[in-house]
Design a protein around this ligand. Structure first.
Ligand code: ATP
Length: 415
């Protein structure tokens, strides 16, 4: 399929905006009769030809944001700009945005080709041009051989491809996808994830897709915008939001996390030393905080290495490259999932319980009740806000493993 071209409705005024292809400024929506805003002052921009994932838990305002971009929902405040041009007041049918919904919204009584041709018929594109563009779009989604099939005779993944072809055939300025993979089974989801990414890159179209699945967001997008309760918590590359989360909510929503609460004890060069009850002193990377401030240390479960503990010392078997002195812990449980082993480990006698994930196979496994040594690389410990600053709330974050500190038994982790 040819490169999508910018149609008249969204042609840049003079060279476009350096800020991005799509820009949202203070975008806000309060639904009539609702208490509080569904979307609260979102500012972000999406580079031309890139893919943005809008990620967040159910009800955080993802679909509302997408619908405001599409023109299906009118913002209460704020603006939507395409190439620097304010399109907030432009009706949906003049925005030239291709949309793929969770439900696909296909016409079941029409065949594949007629479904894809629909937008072109509405735009009064000539019959020969229609046929050419439909064939092109079906080739792009690798469905050329099924042009005559009826929708009801297609699998979920094939229907998804038809919906994509239908959105792309009109050569939209932007492609908007609302939970496009949620109706597919796990294997198809993986395949379609790769397909959508391939198609987006091949066409060079600017795309925004909404998902509550962090794997989808991290694996498909160039940048990820994490929303919580209508607010933009963080926007950055997948690596930014995973490795350098802006706060507790992002840390817990984007992947699994141990968050250990403590008090800042001082600085150690660029690192901050935090006193963690039941653990000891741990140094972590992140925005410095003053001594005495409450803070939490984030440790991803797969960044913690394990070794068997010897009777009288931590020396044996500790992996190289770890910065902190090892912590002693006791395995509470070990769950096998084929690819990995998920451990719950209590630090010390009464310290926090940490989630640890190790690849299954190459390493010795540690049975419940055994003593282990825990270490991590210097870059693995990140400083984030303490719990009281958690605006977004903890309950909605899946994979959250709050490491509840216990009162006693400090362990000698030196900064
Ligand atoms: N048409 C509407 N009228 C009133 N309230 C609405 C409407 N649509 C959404 N809301 C509310 O706005 C908030 C955000 O909804 P939205 O659908 O944008 O969230 P979401 O993140 O897409 O959720 P999900 O992942 O469950 O689809 C929710 O509290 C929802 O109940």
């Amino acid at each position: 399929m040819a490169e999508p071209t910018a149609p008249a409705a969204a042609t840049p005024a003079a060279g476009g905006s350096p800020a991005g292809h799509l820009t949202l400024e203070g975008l806000t929506k309060t639904y009539p009769g609702q208490h509080g805003a569904a979307v609260r002052g979102i500012d972000l921009s999406v580079e031309r030809g890139s893919m943005l994932a809008v990620l967040g838990p159910s009800g955080c305002g993802k679909s509302t944001t997408l619908r405001m971009i599409a023109g299906l929902v009118a913002p209460t405040a704020g603006r939507v700009l395409v190439d620097g041009r304010d399109i907030t007041g432009i009706p949906v049918h003049r925005r030239d945005m291709g949309m793929v919904f969770q439900s696909y919204a296909l016409f079941p009584h029409l065949d594949v080709a007629r479904n894809v041709a629909f937008g072109l018929e509405m735009r009064k594109v000539s019959r020969s041009e229609r046929a050419r563009r439909v064939a092109e779009a079906l080739d792009l989604v690798r469905l050329g051989h099924l042009a005559d099939r009826r929708i009801a005779q297609l699998s979920g993944g094939q229907q998804q491809r038809v919906a994509l072809a239908r959105a792309l055939v009109v050569r939209p300025t932007l492609l908007l996808l609302d939970e496009p993979l949620s109706n597919l089974d796990a294997q198809l989801r993986g395949e379609m994830r790769d397909e959508i990414r391939r198609i987006q890159q091949e066409t060079g179209i600017t795309a925004v897709f909404v998902t509550h699945d962090q794997h989808e967001a991290l694996s498909m997008a160039d940048r990820v915008a994490v929303l919580a309760q209508g607010r933009l918590e963080q926007i950055g590359t997948p690596e930014d939001v995973y490795e350098r989360p802006a706060g507790r909510f992002v840390a817990r929503f984007v992947g699994r996390a141990n968050l250990i609460e403590g008090t800042v004890a001082g600085a150690d060069g660029p690192r901050t030393v935090v006193e963690l009850p039941g653990v000891g002193r741990v140094s972590a990377l992140g925005e410095p905080r003053p001594a005495g401030a409450r803070a939490a240390v984030l440790l991803r479960p797969h960044r913690i290495a394990l070794a068997p503990a010897t009777a009288d010392g931590p020396a044996a078997g500790v992996p190289d490259g770890s910065s902190a002195a090892p912590l002693r812990g006791t395995v509470l449980s070990a769950g096998y999932s084929g690819e990995s082993l998920a451990y719950r480990i209590r630090v010390g006698a009464a310290g926090p319980v940490l989630d640890v994930e190790r690849p299954a196979g190459p390493e010795a496994t540690h049975a419940p009740g055994t003593e282990v040594l825990l270490t991590w690389d210097a870059s693995a410990a990140r400083l984030v806000d303490a719990a009281e600053d958690d605006r977004a709330g903890a309950d909605s974050a899946p994979g959250a493993a709050d490491a509840v500190p216990a009162a006693a038994a400090p362990h000698g982790v030196t900064p």
